[in-house]
Design a protein around this ligand. Structure first.
Ligand SMILES: NC(=O)C1=CN([C@@H]2O[C@H](COP(=O)(O)OP(=O)(O)OC[C@H]3O[C@@H](n4cnc5c(N)ncnc54)[C@H](O)[C@@H]3O)[C@@H](O)[C@H]2O)[C@@H](O)CC1
Ligand SMILES: Nc1ncnc2c1ncn2[C@@H]1O[C@H](COP(=O)(O)OP(=O)(O)O)[C@@H](O)[C@H]1O
Ligand SMILES: [Mg+2]
Length: 281
């Protein structure tokens, strides 16, 4: 396996500068579907990260109990609520997003599983699938064939194991992940230290990031960032590459100020602007 290293050179091949005549209506609308009672923070983090990564509009779809929390903590994000108080049970919306991120904090209630199945059968929008949405897929592997080619999935090692089964060596982990990517035509963001992106036989290795990212919600933030780039009409592989690179770079930039221990997921969001600036510096 000869990975392509995701460094500044590689990023400059796909980074799209902002057109000075752009407006929020053409800058992309991202929909983030996430949260459940006690995990509304996951929806807050992913939707705020999506906005801070540059799409024009962000809507969060959450259970009712998160309505005030989300509106007060991030007034720039629009909110749609499920009929259920504590978990998502019926995903319906009348907006037209260019990308959807689903999974952070959703839990695995039966009703959430059923509506996720219906959603997969009907949606034609480019998707990023993370966290509990991946765990639901692991429990219902026949649903994997519903995923459109180039859907992005973002498993951490445990979520990956639930999807592809155990491995005995690093080499076997890559073999199995590449086979899985080919079988379902998926882009797999294998989160870790470092993160790898698998797109069929192509393997990319990220060069940014550090152990400060080992903190609650840092994956939820990554989901929002990649969904935002997808909504801004980056090709799925480029959205994954740029998202993972910027996400890691925020931790490299913040480290001298926060140290490893006090860096939290909100610090990723706070440093997305500096990460963008360093791409073009
Ligand atoms: N503030 C919030 O609302 C938060 C919500 N979260 C949500 O909580 C739900 C559960 O997510 P979790 O990921 O905690 O639960 P999981 O059960 O999926 O994963 C936790 C398990 O995976 C292992 N693991 C994780 N990263 C690993 C790594 N790099 N190497 C080896 N093992 C690793 C852990 O040791 C643990 O056994 C998700 O829906 C998630 O989005 C979390 O993101 C935390 C913050
Ligand atoms: N030691 C580390 N070095 C670099 N990156 C890390 C390290 N630990 C975690 N990360 C990154 O942090 C993120 C963690 O995601 P995840 O486990 O899904 O978090 P959560 O579910 O809490 O949001 C991934 O992007 C992963 O690559
Ligand atoms: Mg996660």
């Amino acid at each position: 396996m000869n990975p392509i290293y995701i460094d500044k050179n590689e990023i400059l091949k796909c980074y799209k500068p902002i057109d000075k005549h752009t407006h929020k209506g053409i800058q992309g609308h991202a929909l983030l579907i996430g949260g459940s009672y006690g995990k509304i923070g996951a929806a807050c983090l992913s939707s705020k990260a999506a906005l801070k990564t540059g799409c024009g509009l962000v809507t969060a779809f959450i259970p009712k109990c998160g309505y005030e929390i989300l509106q007060i903590s991030i007034p720039e994000v629009m909110v749609l609520t499920d009929v259920q108080e504590k978990f998502i049970s019926n995903i319906t919306f009348d907006i037209v997003p260019q990308a959807i991120g689903i999974g952070p904090g959703v839990g695995q209630e039966q009703a959430t599983q059923i509506t996720f199945h219906e959603f997969l059968k009907t949606t034609k929008v480019p998707l990023v699938i993370d966290a509990d949405a991946l765990n639901i897929l692991s429990q219902n592997k026949s649903w994997l064939s519903l995923l459109k080619p180039k859907t992005i999935i973002t498993p951490h090692p445990k979520e990956l194991e639930r999807l592809i089964g155990k491995w005995d060596s690093e080499a076997e982990k890559f073999e199995k992940t590449i086979a899985f990517s080919k079988k379902y035509q998926l882009i797999i963001v294998m989160k870790g230290a470092p993160t790898h992106i698998i797109d069929g036989d192509a393997v990319y290795e990220n060069t940014t990031g550090n152990a400060a990212l080992a903190t609650a919600g840092s994956g939820d933030v990554l989901t929002g960032m990649i969904t935002s780039l997808l909504a801004q009409s980056y090709e799925p592989i480029n959205a994954a590459i740029l998202g993972v690179y910027l996400h890691g770079l925020t931790a490299d930039i913040a480290l001298p100020e926060t140290g490893y221990q006090s860096f939290i997921a909100s610090d990723i969001i706070d440093n997305i602007g500096r990460a963008y600036l360093s791409i073009t510096a």
